[in-house]
Design a protein around this ligand. Structure first.
Ligand SMILES: [Mg+2]
Length: 179
């Protein structure tokens, strides 16, 4: 079961916080999440204010449904107060929802390198959205919505399928390398 969905911002929901463009089908996607998943949170490298500002804006212009700007933002610790981010460890999300089990938390992100070791099965990869002309017909959010439908129906194999089905650059360690 999926109890919390953590969403990346840049490259996932919008292109970037500078001159942000909503990804096609963003409204439908978030509406689905808010309706079907107990909690949807934002897990982004953008600062809290930047993140919330952009969500406010998307909601205000009607590009995102009501509740978008109210999505809780995950507090993500940087490495020894440097600018280096740790992996997007879903334990940071769990701190916000202590009653939820770690395996009930999923992450949608365009950068696989952020995925924490041992949490690959909860990772739903999405192709990066750059906001260019070529991505006007992007349907990734609809594809992710269908994957969420499958996970909600109890099919756990789908994230694995998605994980292998993409040619995403691998930056971080992978579980397989450690076995
Ligand atoms: Mg991103």
């Amino acid at each position: 079961m999926i109890k919390v969905l953590a969403l990346d911002l840049e490259g996932t929901l919008i292109n970037s916080i500078y001159n942000p463009m909503p990804r096609p089908h963003l409204y439908k996607f978030l509406e689905f999440c808010f309706k079907n998943i107990p909690q949807t949170v934002l897990f982004t490298a953008a600062s809290y204010n930047e993140g919330v500002n952009k969500l406010n804006r998307l909601e205000a212009v009607g590009a995102a449904p009501m509740g978008t700007a109210d999505m809780p933002v995950v507090k993500w610790e940087r490495h020894n107060n440097t600018t280096t981010f740790l992996p997007k460890n879903l334990q940071f999300v769990q701190k916000m929802f202590p009653e939820v089990k770690l395996h009930e938390i999923f992450l949608v992100d365009d950068i696989e390198g952020f995925v924490a070791l041992g949490q690959q099965d909860q990772y739903i990869p999405i192709l990066s959205f750059q906001g260019s002309q070529a991505t006007v017909h992007d349907t990734e959010l609809l594809r992710i919505k269908d994957i969420l439908v499958d996970i909600l129906a109890g099919d756990w194999s789908v994230t694995r399928r998605g994980y292998r089905g993409f040619d995403v650059p691998i930056i971080g360690d992978k579980m397989e390398d450690k076995q």
